[in-house]
Design a protein around this ligand. Structure first.
Ligand code: ATP
Length: 234
């Protein structure tokens, strides 16, 4: 049984349907990339998995349990963490306080988890007591990912983790994603950066105007010109 199974979901905003019959699965231990143009429906898919949106049809199963109608907090409790696009960190709070907020569901074992996050992102430890607003864009992104890890998730959902970062920081973020996965966390990432996404992912899905149009191993998708074409028109 896959860790995550998205099974034929339809999702709408009000009466505007944006996802049609979307299915994908993520096996425990994998990194899977969800690719596609602006507006294709990637963020909507992640929001549905993490309980921010509910499908009008289909199921989202995590560890075999249907989580498609569960509120976000319960989904986090089940072991899913979502790092949304745009970071959403608290700039007036310290870096450590931001990280601690990520452990709000279960504070036991928090020091251990802080240590793991600091191992992956040493710069966060060096600056733990500084205001998060003093961090650079790339460091804020790392803080957002670190906060996601503080709930000790089995599955980490990353939405455009590299967006808007300088190339050198993009490399750092993807390196961190690889390390997070090596530490045993399963990762589903949404990316516009096809090259790096397929470099770190085992498999990928391409979504176009709300439907999955292609899927395969990263090696297969990297060779397939339809992947890039799908970015040309949403
Ligand atoms: P991006 O990278 O731009 O976030 P995406 O692939 O993640 O793109 P979504 O954000 O999931 O795409 O958007 C899918 C569709 O749903 C788009 O047509 C978008 O305009 C629409 N949409 C997104 N959010 C809302 C909302 N809150 N209300 C109505 N429509 C929305």
């Amino acid at each position: 049984m896959a860790l995550l199974e998205v099974d034929s979901i339809d999702v709408s905003y009000g009466n505007v349907q944006v996802l049609w019959d979307v299915s994908l699965s993520v096996e425990r231990g994998e990194t899977v990339a969800l690719l596609g143009a602006n507006g294709a429906g990637k963020t909507t898919t992640l929001k549905t998995i993490c309980g921010d949106l509910q499908p009008t049809a289909g199921e989202v199963r995590f560890n075999g349990e249907n989580i498609g109608r569960m509120p976000h907090e319960e989904v986090v409790e089940m072991g899913v963490a979502h790092v949304p696009e745009g970071r959403e960190i608290f700039t007036d709070s310290s870096i450590r306080e931001n990280l601690e907020l990520g452990a709000y569901i279960d504070r036991s074992g928090m020091d251990e988890r802080l240590e793991t996050v600091y191992e992956i992102f040493p710069r966060l430890e060096e600056r733990a007591s500084q205001r998060a607003g003093t961090l650079s864009g790339g460091e804020q992104q790392m803080l957002a990912i670190g906060r996601g890890l503080m709930s000790d998730p089995d599955l980490l959902l990353l939405d455009e983790a590299s967006l808007g970062l300088a190339p050198v920081l993009v490399d750092d973020v993807f390196e961190a994603i690889e390390r997070i996965n090596e530490n045993g966390t399963t990762v589903l990432l949404v990316e516009q950066d096809i090259y790096n996404a397929l470099r770190v992912a085992d498999r990928g899905y391409v979504i176009k105007t709300g439907q999955v149009t292609l899927s395969g191993t990263s090696a297969e998708l990297a060779e397939d010109e339809r992947v890039e074409e799908s970015y040309l028109g949403a």
